[in-house]
Design a protein around this ligand. Structure first.
Ligand code: ATP
Ligand code: MG
Length: 271
């Protein structure tokens, strides 16, 4: 398989200009929509195979960090990308506004506990990055507190990598117009209304602040060992395909293997 990860990767410590990245881009994808879906189906199967090897090997793990603005598609991505995977080896954790107890600890305390154990894939739906995003935009703590967190995050993620975890961080990049369309959808469709929160409109007003906070965070914390990927995400099919490409390429590079079977199995006859 071609390794297309460089299409979306944020170069180490290079601040991406999100305005210059088209959320409608479809770089690298097969041009026909039907081909895109076929390609994704194939990738889903490859992912399932690689995950079963990772699980059986039980030596290393994978962490997928998903960040996006409201209606950015985090939930949909998780649902589609991990279809067909053995649920035993995957955990998904959504990080909401911290509880009182969580606030009484350092900002990494609550995430560390949910990092994947050997053999597992863990998915973070939002993550420790909220502590340099919403926390910054809403001025929940002063800059003297949030700015040093970039360094803490780099150190924390390096610790995970040193312990055998591969890290993939994906920012789902949508346009303000696409977000408005998705909010309208949520309002209009009875089955989606529960997803609508008036608070999301307050966050939407701070769109530019968030883009800036994201650009800084991605640039400060994309490293060779723990890279960020900016995935154009207005088109859901392209988004799913791109995230699958990134995950499959990462796992293929890890090359997990089934453990060696016990010696002498050939002579065994089950009676
Ligand atoms: P959906 O896209 O379905 O709305 P969501 O991820 O936005 O899903 P919500 O429960 O709507 O889920 O939102 C979680 C909220 O928690 C977000 O507004 C997010 O910014 C906030 N949050 C997460 N981590 C922190 C944090 N460390 N400090 C403050 N707020 C946080
Ligand atoms: Mg929300």
């Amino acid at each position: 398989m071609d390794d297309l990860r460089s299409l979306w990767r944020v170069q180490p410590r290079e601040r991406p200009d999100l305005d210059a990245i088209d959320p409608d881009a479809d770089d690298g994808a097969p041009k026909k929509k039907s081909r895109l879906e076929d390609a994704s189906e194939e990738l889903v199967e490859r992912l399932a195979d690689l995950q079963s090897r990772l699980w059986a090997e039980r030596r290393r793990s994978l962490l997928l960090v998903l960040q996006a603005l409201d209606a950015g598609g985090k939930d949909g991505t998780i649902r589609k990308v991990f279809t067909g995977i053995n649920p035993q080896g995957v955990s998904v954790h959504a990080f909401k506004a911290p509880t009182e107890e969580e606030l009484e600890h350092d900002f990494l305390w609550r995430v560390h506990h949910h990092t994947p154990r050997a053999g597992e894939i863990a998915v973070f739906n939002r993550s420790h990055y909220e502590d340099v995003l919403v926390v910054r935009v809403d001025e929940l703590v002063p800059e003297t507190v949030w700015r040093p967190r970039y360094e803490s995050i780099r150190g924390f993620e390096q610790t995970l990598v040193d312990g055998g975890t591969s890290i993939v961080k994906v920012f789902l990049h949508i346009s303000a117009d696409e977000q408005a369309d998705r909010f309208r959808d949520r309002l209009e469709e009875p089955d989606k209304r529960w997803k609508f929160s008036t608070g999301d409109l307050e966050v939407r007003k701070k769109w530019d602040h968030y883009q800036e906070a994201y650009s800084d965070a991605l640039g400060e914390t994309s490293t060779a060992a723990s890279p960020w990927y900016v995935v154009p995400a207005n088109d859901k099919k392209y988004r799913n395909w791109a995230v699958l490409q990134i995950l499959v390429a990462t796992l293929e590079e890890m090359d997990p293997r089934f453990p060696e079977p016990e010696a002498g199995l050939d002579d065994i006859v089950i009676v």
